[in-house]
Ligand binder design. Sequence first.
Ligand SMILES: Nc1ncnc2c1ncn2[C@@H]1O[C@H](COP(=O)(O)OP(=O)(O)OP(=O)(O)O)[C@@H](O)[C@H]1O
Length: 605
Amino acid sequence: MNYPWSRDVAFALRKKFKLREFRSNQLEAINATLGGGDVFCLMPTGGGKSLCYQLPALVDSGKTSGVTIVISPLISLIQDQVKHLIDLSIPACALTGDQTQSQREFVLGELFKRDEQLVTRLIYVTPELIAKSRQAHDVFTDLYRRKKLARFVVDEAHCVSQWGHDFRPDYQGLGSLRRDFPKVPFMAMTATATERVKEDIVANLGIKGCKTLEQSFNRPNLHYHVRDKKAGLLADISSFINSSHRGECGIVYCMSRKACEDVADQLTKKHGVEAQPYHAGMNKNDRIRIQERWQAGHFKVICATIAFGMGIDKADVRFVVHHTLPKSLEGLYQETGRAGRDGKSSTCVLYFAFKDTSWYKKMIDEGPGSYQQKEQQHANLRQVVAYCMNKIDCRRSQVLQYFGEVFPAENCHHTCDNCTENGPGRGAAGGSTLVPTDVTLLAKAAVELVQDIVKGRNSGTLLHCADVFRGTTKKAIADRGHDRLRHYAAGSKLKGGDCQRLFQRLVLDGYLSEKAVMNGSGFATNYMEVSARSRSWSLAIACSSVATAGPQRQCTAARHRQGRAARRDQGCALSRRSVGASGATQGQGAAAHGRAGVPVRARRV
Ligand SMILES: Nc1ncnc2c1ncn2[C@@H]1O[C@H](COP(=O)(O)OP(=O)(O)OP(=O)(O)O)[C@@H](O)[C@H]1O
């Protein structure tokens, strides 16, 4: 299709950006914004979102022209982008809170210049500056009056939504720009947004009716693996790096600043992998120096908290290792998405230990946020844990399902551990040694076992309960009389690992819970408890035993209870599948999809 600006667009692509052709959806986004419309652009990480707004910023033949304002969450990201543009001889500048007064005045002065002198094409600003700076608002107003405000671009737009994994309160105020400058088109750019996040972004920015451009989230060149996190973890990580990615660039994501330091130190000193830490506790100059040296390839492995990576445009990251699980599937997608931006094959390995979830739960409970936000964070955590525990379904399908995308497992072509291990392309269906088993009755007995232990004024860790359930002969069990409980050895046919996973699954789904109790030396131990939810579960089971003809015949109370449980538990694997079977809705978060690690499938009907 030919537009009045098409020639200018083609010229800018070749001459300014030195590129030969557009990637998927780039030209559509450019045409939409040059036509004066709002655009919502959902592209996978590394898909080329920047070009969608940087190129039209250079074109004067569109319906709007002048300065493009880019709102971006991180100063490091802004600096990177501005530098990249200046290297291409494109006049761009930043307006951020960390600049000196005179630096800011210089930029503002440039923008107040009269028409013929206006050269700046892109200004990058932080949302905080938009929220707080009167001067910035005055400049925008002046440009608007002179018809020199070409568009607002909201980069990392998922930060607008409190359902997104990286909500930032200052982003919520951006809706005021639409009210103050109604004729200026918006572009909302993100790599991660579920349906709910998308709606939230559109509503908050006031861009209803915008042109929506979406493409598959699939990153076919990324290979996904989850491994058990156990003793010898660093030896395992280093042997993975040395055997598959020796001398190549990678990121090891760690949970805390201290973990970044320890992991980098041990990899370097004990395992022959030169690595450097990167986290928010380091001073700014050290952070910049380390980031630049890593980007220039002076050392290959960076051990970082998740603060590292947003907007870092390093094309040849060949692996991303999660030393500890991420906080959500969205986080997993973003963080692994930093690998393989050049389209070449890259590996993502996540080390999972169920016990790491307690730390996150504590962080959520003790951290900031409303009750509703915390519930969402817990649900996000449950989803990613379910993903880790699911050793059957295609990992790629699970991640994409989270974004509402159906991805047939046979298209994975053995690029995830589950598809590789469970047969040709189709997980368990393709000759796996894992057999899905209905363990409803075992699950019920496991809950009752914990009930009995607690009733006897006793306590037990998850491992202890699993041992009792398997009928293990241990002194600690006999001493407390737990070998005389009615469900002692009820799970004797389960293997040790499966038995533990059954209990983990019940914790994950909210039937059991763990309570941290501090001992005299200040160490916390997690003891099992029965959660309120297990009561509704037994009721639902009791009900189903008389309503054998199907879900329609369940009693109303049980139906309501199941519906409530399902809503509360968005993304909770077992309940989702079982509720789905009884006619309730399926939706966001189906990633966990029913089977988790042990082929456990608890039914509530
Ligand atoms: N049409 C194109 N042809 C070739 N390379 C391109 C094209 N568009 C973008 N790129 C390159 O792809 C890489 C990723 O682009 P960009 O940084 O815009 O991705 P992104 O979508 O913003 O990713 P993220 O969400 O991870 O920040 C860059 O190196 C960029 O130069």
